[in-house]
Design a protein around this ligand. Structure first.
Ligand code: BTX
Length: 249
């Protein structure tokens, strides 16, 4: 329960020691009419990423999903992914970890030898074109986990590995939720905040989309979350949902 976890968050918190997926649980709660709820787990046994990929979620992480019902059209919902990325980046920096954001949904730490993935975000939603019914923003933070227990190919890192000591998960989660709560109420300001922490802007990138590969310089981000790329043949705008893979080149 929230009381056990000791969180004084701006949401009602449902805590699980172990659950298949906090996003799946939040979707079930949405179907039952709930709102303003956070599902939080120490461990997930069936964590999911985008495009149905697996998300490893051993004990010691911060695996959570926020369910809410914003008054926005469906097309604006991707802005909540950016809001989550900003919130988690700020909470990580307060915990002493220099995190930054890789478009569209990763938070990572840069090292001399490249980028290591600290966080993944998965936003799901349902509703009508002119108004979402609910949004579930799933945030997976490698908090106090050993990167050796995470899939190698992702070049993972964790808050504890970066700091050299465990993070106070209660405080970290509280700061994350406070930041997210403030940002979600002002979607128009999120893009501005996001630019401050983005590693992607100014980079030459290769993006795989269902329509093919796009190469060029990532020059800006547009509300509610599309990436603007200058290519040799002109400007391309890629929505977050169309990005299958982004690689700096
Ligand atoms: P993604 O599709 O961008 O990333 C998934 C890929 O990341 C995997 O294919 C794997 O290579 C790599 N990966 C898997 N686990 C980890 C990890 N712990 N750390 C670093 N890299 C990893 C990102 O999807 C979205 C993830 C959202 C996870 C949250 S946790 C709470 C909520 N519940 C749930 O089931 N999902 C969300």
């Amino acid at each position: 329960s929230a009381v056990e976890y000791g969180l004084d968050a701006p949401f009602s918190v449902e805590y699980h020691d172990s659950i298949p997926s906090t996003n799946a649980r939040a979707r079930d709660l949405a179907a039952d009419g709930a709102s303003g709820t956070v599902v939080l787990a120490d461990e997930q046994t069936g964590g999911r990423g985008r495009l149905d990929r697996d998300w490893s979620s051993p004990s010691g992480g911060v695996w959570l999903s926020v369910l809410f019902r914003p008054d926005v059209p469906m097309a604006h919902a991707p802005v909540f992914t950016l809001a989550a990325a900003v919130a988690v980046t700020r909470a990580a920096r307060e915990a002493g970890v220099e995190a930054s954001i890789k478009w569209p949904n990763d938070v990572l730490v840069r090292h001399g030898d490249g980028e290591r993935k600290l966080v993944g975000i998965l936003t799901e939603m349902e509703g009508e074109a002119d108004r979402v019914s609910w949004v579930v923003v799933g945030i997976g933070v490698n908090a106090n986990v050993d990167p050796a227990d995470l899939p190698d190919e992702a070049d993972p890192t964790s808050l504890s590995a970066e700091r050299g000591e465990p993070v106070d998960r209660r405080l970290f989660t509280q700061r994350l939720l406070e930041e997210f709560d403030a940002l979600r109420q002002d979607p128009a300001d999120v893009v501005e905040a996001w630019r401050e922490y983005a590693t992607t802007l100014g980079q030459r990138v290769r993006v795989e989309t269902p329509g093919g590969t796009i190469e060029g310089e990532a020059v800006d981000i547009q509300f509610p979350g599309a990436l603007v790329i200058e290519t040799e043949s002109g400007t391309e705008i890629v929505s977050a949902g169309d990005c299958e893979h982004l690689r700096p080149i």
